[in-house]
Ligand binder design. Structure first.
Ligand code: ATP
Ligand code: MG
Length: 429
């Protein structure tokens, strides 16, 4: 028993019965992003470890504790990507996509973090990323947030809270950091251990600690928004006005931070109260310093990452409509003459109705056995072709779900009859 091969802890299979919402999400997202002029960038799953050290930051949990790093056979230090933005920036720099031009891109795929697996938190999970490079003005902050809002609408999911905050610029943040550090040092004894450690390296991270005692201290801390300079305050005000104009509701959460210096201005997070403790479905922000930090030309950037598992879970909980993926038609055939004709008939049907989901019986079996498979497949109709029908150029169409009496029709009218029968009831589960 114990030597049965199993998946790696925290890494999940998506079984065929569960794949429909994933496919739907990707189709809807790709279509939606295109309507905003965002094009897909496809990235490798593995990058040099250094990229993530520099992009995500040495003193983050992700890099300190969660990366899947290894040395390859050539002695290179590589890592499975723990997020997508770093690779996107690397690719854009490497291919010269950022010189005097704007880029609107999206990417998606698996990412890896060695976390403690629990509901909504896995070691392999999937992200859907949208990024805009080369635009410093707040209009694109609004656009990026609006894309997420539009995605929720198109998917038919809702009930999110959008939290936003502004981190200002690295210069204004330095002044804030000093004030925050002074305050936190005065309350050092009451902080949790991780937070105490971060005082020396990354005190802003203490602001989003989830430890209750630390949160109490944080509640009385100096406010980052009070330290914004005039330009940063104006940027934030313009983002807020832009969201208001689009009717996108938000709350300002001063504790929402990104600890790294290249994060600037707007940060945001979409959360839900329907998924328990892992409540963040989408997180993003502006990172005007990142491209330069990774060796590219000074280039503003902003983007977000959606946690696909959490969004798919929410689609399920909220009963979001997902196109059906089960077969519509099961084609039974028996007898040499019939079985010789069936594959060609099936190909013709699929060609004439490109979206028809038609399962052709394989593996032989009598009519009874084939009808049993047809029923188990979930199909609405069975096509039945025996040697007698094959000899006459006809076929039987039989409802498997009590939708009317069986009928017999000629091969030449089959495609049309079938289309009409299937259209008689909308096809969604
Ligand atoms: P969290 O606070 O939940 O750890 P995070 O701040 O680490 O999230 P990001 O790095 O901003 O998350 O990633 C973007 C999104 O990816 C999150 O909002 C969440 O939906 C999802 N996500 C993050 N970590 C995991 C994980 N281990 N398993 C599944 N989804 C995750
Ligand atoms: Mg995390």
């Amino acid at each position: 028993m114990s030597n049965k091969i199993q998946a790696v802890r925290g890494m999940n299979d998506v079984l065929p019965a569960d794949a429909a919402p994933w496919q739907h999400l990707h189709a809807v997202a790709a279509g939606l992003f295109a309507t905003y002029g965002y094009r897909e960038l496809r990235l490798p799953v593995v990058e040099r470890t250094d990229l993530f050290r520099r992009a995500v930051g040495e003193v983050t949990d992700v890099v300190e504790k969660e990366m899947y790093s290894f040395t390859d056979r050539g002695g290179e230090n590589l890592s499975l990507r723990p997020e997508l933005t770093a690779g996107a920036v690397r690719a854009c720099i490497e291919h010269g996509l950022l010189f005097h031009q704007q880029q609107r891109i999206w990417c998606s795929g698996p990412v890896f973090r060695y976390e403690r697996p629990q509901a909504g938190r896995y070691r392999q999970f999937h992200q859907l990323d949208v990024e805009a490079f080369g635009i410093a003005t707040p209009d694109v902050d609004v656009e990026i947030i609006a894309i997420a809002a539009a995605l929720w609408r198109r998917l038919g999911v809702g009930g999110f809270t959008l939290q936003i905050n502004s981190l200002g610029t690295p210069q204004t943040r330095a002044g804030y950091r000093a004030a925050l550090l002074e305050y936190l040092r005065a309350h050092e004894d009451a902080l949790d251990e991780d937070s105490r450690r971060r005082l020396g390296s990354n005190p802003l991270r203490v602001l989003d600690s989830k430890v209750p005692a630390t949160r109490e201290i944080v509640a009385g801390a100096p406010r980052l928004l009070d330290h914004l300079d005039a330009a940063a305050a104006a940027h934030f005000a313009t983002v807020r006005r832009g969201l208001d104009a689009l009717g996108i509701a938000y709350t300002v959460n001063e504790r929402l931070v990104r600890g790294l210096d290249y994060y600037t201005h707007t940060v945001f997070e979409w959360t839900t109260n329907q998924l328990g403790a892992q409540d963040a479905v989408c997180a993003g922000g502006r990172y005007d310093g990142l491209v330069e930090h990774l060796g590219g030309p000074p280039t503003p950037g902003i983007g977000f990452a959606i946690g696909v598992e959490r969004l798919v879970a929410l689609m399920g909980l909220q009963g979001a409509a997902v196109p059906a993926a089960t077969p519509q038609v099961y084609f039974c055939h028996f007898g040499d003459a019939a079985s010789a004709q069936a594959p060609r008939l099936a190909e013709e049907l699929r060609a004439s109705q490109p979206k028809l989901r038609l399962l052709l019986n394989a593996g032989g079996g009598g009519l009874k056995a084939q009808l049993k498979r047809a029923d188990a497949s979930g199909a609405r109709y069975a096509l039945i072709l025996g040697d007698d029908e094959a000899g006459r150029g006809v076929i039987q169409v039989k409802s498997l779900r009590g939708e009317g009496e069986p009928l017999t029709c000629g091969w030449n009218e089959l495609a049309e009859r079938l289309a009409r029968l299937l259209a008689a009831r909308p096809d969604a589960t």
